[in-house]
Ligand binder design. Structure first.
Ligand code: ATP
Length: 506
């Protein structure tokens, strides 16, 4: 665990040192859980967003994208249930003065028991070797069974308490389980209280005439309230989807772990409108399709797993997360939810406007059901950094840090270096750069030794470095170096573009 925590620390300092992510307002000591994307980070972030947009919008004839406003009519959040139910239960430890999400304390406790089960299984696997039947072991081993029963017992208390806003029930559960504060080690807890996660502000020029509005806590509602406009003007036929990327805001009780949980973050969401009764088919379709997207970049499949929800949100009839193995363990990266007709029906009721779709194929009007895919762009960014960050010992005894970013996501696709700052080499390098920069993000660098320049671009994740030397002036060839293998090849200038493009086609 210590190593993994170290890894997160290393990623955070690498992200700062190499211009990926800065703390917001750093000169004023920062603002908690708010971050700025720096010159290289904003490129990486844009590339992740574009990769998503391409897969969701460009590659699907029946999905279109919109860009709705952050501010929305306050009634939107009443209808969606956020005003009344977008709460997290919080609890403070009186000794450490630290605040926690009460349900997360209990969930972490359950995760520890899961960890014990996994250890038991791993031990048995080692002992029995090839003849080991994991399923049978899980179903019969008394220690495993006892722990599963323990988890079930906890779930049976936590989820009903959450559903019924039973704060006392959650507090009792924390006490009965003997959960201690990880900082102070004490069990001296306050009562559990509900806390609404929406930020509000005033709209209007004077305080008296002002009305309270919210910063959107999710982008989805901007799609729901526009669905019929898009359907009509885009002549969309069910099933169809609407995609959107944009900022969302949540006043998270415990914001930590870098850009994993922020108060201002970006979502990439797609709401898919389907015939009632067909939602489970689409739910499965989108689970599979989204998992394929994640592995299509070359991140190994073992880094991802599904987690089906036992406890469903008030609007859902099925939900699953795609979890990624972050340095802090497997955590939610994306949610796939079957939201039924909850949102559209609620908006129909509160607005008094019909939000029905007339289905010409069955000659019926209905409120469509919705299957959504919702991923945090910042979390995906952290997933990509965690996967890419690699420390390597080289054959010559040196070490390097290389960001093995999928090529399609790398901030720069190629860096061009003149070997020396004279003899017409910078001019030649500039000429090569000018030939490439309308197609690819390129970087020009002439400072320091070539070795140092390579290291710097390893750290930025630049897949190719091109070095211009005296021979270039004679025969128009350059050395191209590949980031991961560090192999160097002499190629003709006109082949550079093809080499880069070859690795970008997914
Ligand atoms: P969590 O359980 O981690 O709070 P959630 O279930 O509330 O997340 P959703 O409402 O399903 O999250 O939001 C969809 C996605 O938005 C999440 O899978 C996550 O990637 C991202 N997301 C949610 N909250 C945050 C946040 N505070 N900071 C960064 N990303 C977030």
């Amino acid at each position: 665990m210590a190593n993994q925590e170290d890894l997160l620390k290393k990623i955070i300092s690498h992200a700062k040192e190499y211009g990926f992510v800065f703390q917001s307002s750093e000169i004023y000591d920062g603002l908690s859980a708010v971050y700025d994307y720096a010159q290289n980070g904003s490129e990486l972030k844009k590339n992740i967003r574009d990769y998503w947009w391409k897969a969701m919008v460009q590659m699907h004839n029946n999905i279109v994208g919109i860009d709705s406003a952050i501010f929305m009519h306050p009634k939107v959040w009443k209808a969606s249930g956020h005003v009344d139910a977008f709460n997290d239960p919080m609890i403070d430890n009186k000794d450490s003065k630290k605040r926690y999400r009460a349900d997360v304390l209990v969930e972490d406790f359950m995760a520890k028991i899961e960890g014990k089960i996994d250890k038991e299984v791993a031990k048995a696997k080692k002992r029995f070797g090839d003849s080991f039947d994991e399923q049978q072991f899980r179903e019969t081993n008394p220690r495993v069974l006892a722990n599963i029963e323990k988890i079930e017992g906890i779930k049976n208390r936590l989820y009903p308490a959450m559903d019924n806003d039973d704060m006392e029930g959650i507090k009792n559960l924390i006490e009965d389980l003997g959960i201690a504060c990880p900082i102070s080690g004490s069990k001296n807890w306050t009562e559990v209280r509900q806390f609404n996660l929406m930020f509000s502000t005033q709209m209007g020029s004077t305080a008296e005439g002002a009305s309270e509005i919210y910063l959107r806590p999710e982008t989805a509602q901007g799609i729901f309230v526009n669905y019929l406009n898009v359907q009509k003007t885009g002549r969309m036929k069910i099933p169809f989807g609407i995609a959107q990327t944009g900022k969302a805001f949540r006043n998270e009780i415990v914001a930590r772990q870098f850009i994993f949980r922020m108060r201002e973050f970006e979502q990439m969401e797609m709401q898919f409108f389907v015939r009632p009764g067909e939602e489970m088919k689409w739910f499965e379709y989108w689970k599979e399709t989204r998992m394929k997207w994640h592995t299509s970049m070359g991140i190994p499949a073992e880094k991802f797993r599904f987690h089906d929800h036992d406890k469903l949100a008030h609007y859902a009839n099925a939900a699953a997360d795609i979890e990624f193995e972050f340095p802090m363990g497997f955590k939610e990266l994306e949610g796939i939810h079957s939201r039924t007709d909850f949102d559209l029906s609620a908006h129909e009721e509160l607005s008094g406007k019909k939000l029905r779709y007339h289905d010409p194929e069955i000659n019926e009007s209905y409120v469509p059901y919705v299957v959504e895919t919702s991923i945090g762009l910042d979390r995906m960014f952290l997933a990509v950094l965690s996967f890419a960050y690699t420390e390597e010992k080289l054959e010559d005894g040196n070490e390097r840090v290389v960001m093995k970013l999928p090529h399609v996501l790398a901030p720069y696709k190629v860096a061009v270096f003149p070997l020396v700052k004279k003899d017409g080499l910078p001019e030649k390098a500039d000429e090569i750069l000018n030939g490439l920069k309308s197609d690819y993000m390129c970087f020009y660098e002439e400072k320091d030794s070539i070795g140092k320049r390579y290291r710097r671009h390893d750290a930025l994740g630049t897949p190719y470095c091109v070095t211009v030397d005296h021979q270039t002036l004679e025969d128009n060839t350059v050395t191209i170096r590949e980031r991961d293998s560090m192999t160097q090849e002499r190629v003709s200038i006109e082949d550079i573009s093809g080499i880069i493009a070859g690795r970008l086609r997914g």
